[in-house]
Design a protein around this ligand. Structure first.
Ligand SMILES: *[C@@H]1O[C@H](CO)[C@@H](O)[C@H](O)[C@H]1NC(C)=O
Ligand SMILES: *[C@@H]1O[C@H](CO)[C@@H](O)[C@H](O)[C@H]1NC(C)=O
Length: 232
């Protein structure tokens, strides 16, 4: 009995740590499982985020490629049209689909130019162009100067003015007039704060004098689809 009792006691005493061990065994395996789950979840989360980033990047790439493709096509269409217009003007052909400008507007470079015979003050001229979603002409290069000179022999307002006799001459878009490019002919006296173009020169004048005018706006894009239709 005693032995048995002792045995039992010992047994129980032995079991106690054993029980504790059994108790702690599941808790540590839970921890391992929880940890594994956590790692799994984190792995999945990272995977999802990575997938997301990849797909967004891919979409952007796709977008960029598509953007470049249509941009390239439009660029091609533009060159094609510029060439076609040049050729057809020489040959007197007008029935092509390349019409980046409205009727009565002339296509040159990236712009459409409108030459109007209305006697208007500089401000009225500016307003007149603006109503047609255009601006008074800006002569920004020797090529444009040459083109305009060849197009018109009349006095016409351009988009050049200054605030007062001490001010700098500026184009309508706010860029400063470069004297290296075109000469500002004559003496710009007081109250001569607007400029017209005549015979290859920019001439300061009173803003209130009434002159003809020329407007400019960005040329439209020749549509590739329309060009292709023409082929059929
Ligand atoms: C695509 O267009 C972007 C922005 O317009 C430009 O930076 C990039 O170089 C172009 N890629 C190609 C292949 O033309
Ligand atoms: C503009 O004014 C000039 C000079 O005053 C005149 O000769 C010309 O006929 C006028 N043009 C128009 C379209 O009214």
């Amino acid at each position: 009995m005693m032995d048995e009792d002792g045995y039992l006691t010992i047994n129980i005493k032995d079991r106690k740590p054993a029980l504790n061990a059994v108790n702690s065994a599941p808790s540590s395996s839970w921890r391992v499982m929880a940890l594994a789950l956590l790692i799994l979840c984190m792995g999945m989360a990272i995977g999802l985020v990575t997938l997301g980033i990849l797909s967004v990047t891919q979409q952007n790439l796709q977008k960029a490629e598509n953007g470049n493709l249509s941009e390239t096509l439009n660029q091609l269409a533009k060159y094609f049209c510029q060439d076609l217009i040049k050729q057809s003007e020489q040959k007197g052909i007008h029935n092509h689909q390349c019409s980046p400008c409205d009727t009565n507007w002339r296509y040159y470079g990236n712009s459409c130019y409108g030459f109007f015979k209305h006697n208007l003050t500089w401000d009225e001229s500016k307003q007149y162009c603006s109503e047609m979603k255009a601006k008074l002409v800006k002569i920004a290069s020797q090529e444009i100067l040459k083109y305009i000179k060849g197009r018109t022999g009349l006095i016409r307002w351009v988009g050049l003015s200054r605030q007062n006799s001490d001010g700098v001459w500026m184009w309508e878009d706010g860029s400063v007039f470069s004297k290296n490019m075109i000469t500002l002919s004559g003496d710009a006296r007081e109250n001569m704060n607007c400029a017209y173009f005549y015979n290859g020169k920019i001439v300061p004048s009173s803003c209130e004098s009434k002159q003809y005018l020329m407007c400019e706006r960005k040329a439209g894009v020749a549509k590739v689809a329309e060009l292709l239709q023409q082929e059929n």
